[in-house]
Design a protein around this ligand. Sequence first.
Ligand code: PLP
Length: 424
Amino acid sequence: MRDVVFELIQKEYDRQFSGAELIASENFVSKNVLEALGSVLTNKYAEGYPGKRYYGGCEIVDQVEQIAIDRLKALFGVEYANVQPHSGAQANAAVFLATMQPGDKFMGLDLSHGGHLTHGSPVNYSGKVYVPVFYGVEKETGRIDMDKVAETARRERPKLIVTGASAYPRDWDFKRFREIADEIGAILMADIAHPAGLIATKKLTDPVPYCHIITSTTHKTLRGPRGGIIMIGKDFPNPWGRTTAKGSPIMMSTIINSAVFPGFQGGPLEHVIASKAVAFGEALTEQYSAYIDQVMKNAQAMAGAFVAKNYHLISEGTDNHLMLVDLRSKGLTGKAAENALVRADITINKNMVPFDDQSPFVTSGMRIGTPAVTTRGLKEADCIQLVEWIDHILMDHENETKINTVRQEVNQFMKKFPLYPEIG
Ligand SMILES: *Cc1c(COP(=O)(O)O)cnc(C)c1O
C-alpha cells in the first residue's frame, strides 16, 4: 500500500495548482530542479569541500558541487562562493560565526520595519548570542534614512553591519552603507535572500562591489531548491591579522568555509547542491532574465491597482518584486485579510508594517509578491484581476458566499496556467 504521505503530497500539489500564490518568498521550481532534488545524491556523505573530503567515493559529488560553485560565481560575478548552507538562516549564522565573537555588537534592519529574524530578533540565536542594534525606516516615507544609519553606526560602533530585508519594497544604497562601514571599521554584509534574482539580472543596485560578504537563499526569486549560499566579490585577508602556521594571512573565504563546515554544519546536502547547480544554470539564461523583468512588471501593475483603489502601500510603491500594504486605512488587520483571502485560495501573508500597533500574530499589513504567479505565467492584466478579487473580498471579508464565489473563479482562472503538466 502506498504511504499516506504521498496522498498528502498529491493534495499539496492540487493546492498549489488551484490557488494564486502571492507569498513574496515563494516560487515554483522547474521540473529539472525538482528532479535533481529527488535524486540518489541524498545517499552520499561528503563532509568537507570538493577535493578535500573526509569520506571516500566523492569524485562525482565533487564535480556536482564544483559546477554549482562555478555557476554561482558566474551568475553574480564573484570570486568566492560557498553553496553548502542548508538555508538562508544557516548562511547568516555561518557569517556571524566567522566575523564575530559571542557578545559582539552588530547592526541590522529592525524586524518590524522589514528585517529578518536572523538579523537580531530576541527569539533568534542572533539576538541571544550577539548584541543587536537596529536602524529603521522613516514613518513618513517608509524608506531608510542613510544619515540616521550613519548616526546609529557612529554611536554604537557595531563590528558587523547587515543590510537586506524580508519586507522592504525599495532598492538599497550599498555604496553609502560601505562608506559608513569603512568609517567605523565594520564588516558589511548584504543578505539578498529576497531580491537575489533581481540582483543577478542587474535590475537593482549590485551589492558585490560594496559589501564584504553576501548571503542569500536560493528558493525565493532565484527559483531554486530551499537552501542558502555565501559569496565574496573580491576575496580579502581577514581583518584581525590571523595567520597560517607559515605566517601568511588567512583569507576571508577560508574563514567562511570553516565557519560553514565544521563550524556550523556537518555533511552537505549534495542532492540540494545538485539542484542548486541546475537552478543557477537556469538563472544564467535569457529566459530567466525575461522572467525577472515580468516579475517586476507584475509588481508594478499590482501596486498601481492597489493605489488606484486607495490602499496605502508602505513607501507608496515598490522597486522590486514585493509590496507591503498597510490595511489600517481600510479598517482591517493583516490576520483578518490573510484568513479571508486564504479561504478564496489567494495566499498572502500578514505582515507587520513599520510602527505597527498590532502584535506580530495580528499585524496591520499584508505582504504581496509576484515571483510565484509570474512563474505560473501571469502577466500584468492577470495580476490586476487578482487585485480586483482581493479588494472584492477584503471589502466584505466575512461574507462566506462572496468568498466561495471568488474561490471558484480563482480555481477556474488558475487552470489556464499549468504547473508541472508532465507530473500533475
Ligand atoms: C528568507 C530570509 C532568510 C532565511 O531563509 P531560510 O531559508 O528561511 O532560513 C534570511 N534572510 C532574509 C532577509 C530572508 O528574507
